[in-house]
Design a protein around this ligand. Structure first.
Ligand SMILES: [Zn+2]
Ligand SMILES: [Zn+2]
Length: 141
């Protein structure tokens, strides 16, 4: 069963200079892509919070692709947000929430980039990068 926390959730970076409140749209996504691997030091677990994220404190922004930026705390380096350029999607690091225990792990992205040495247990959709992009492709390309 998928846990869908609809109420506001709070979170922060490691040092506390950045805090946020957001309303998750569902559970966690795990991304194995090279950018997320380097950014997170492992697998990036994130939660789609749409445009509901309210941030207190200054974040630094890194342009990580043509369609999105990553935001992190400039003081402690905690990676916090993936933001689409149109502002419609903010993926919040699940690990930055004060209580990530309510998020079900829904799927895994960019599975072809996952190192062989580890795997996440359990059954769930595991999408390649091509399959992921196809999901988000506009209806009329
Ligand atoms: Zn910080
Ligand atoms: Zn990724």
């Amino acid at each position: 069963m998928t846990v869908q926390p609809m109420r506001d959730q709070t979170g922060r970076c490691l040092c506390g200079a950045v805090t946020f409140t957001a309303t998750p749209n569902g559970g966690m996504h795990a991304c194995h892509c090279p950018t997320c691997r380097r950014l997170s030091g492992g697998v990036l677990f994130s939660v789609d919070c749409g445009d509901s994220v309210r941030v207190e404190g200054g974040v630094a922004t890194y342009v990580s692709s043509e369609w999105a930026t990553r935001q992190f705390c400039p003081a402690c380096g905690t990676g916090l947000f993936w933001r689409s350029n149109d502002g419609a999607i903010t993926m919040v690091s699940a690990q930055a929430f004060d209580d990530p225990s309510g998020f079900a792990l829904e799927d895994e992205f960019c599975i072809e980039s996952k190192p062989e040495a580890y795997a996440l247990a359990g059954d769930r959709p595991r999408l390649t990068t091509a399959e992921l992009f196809a999901q988000f492709a506009p209806p009329e390309a």
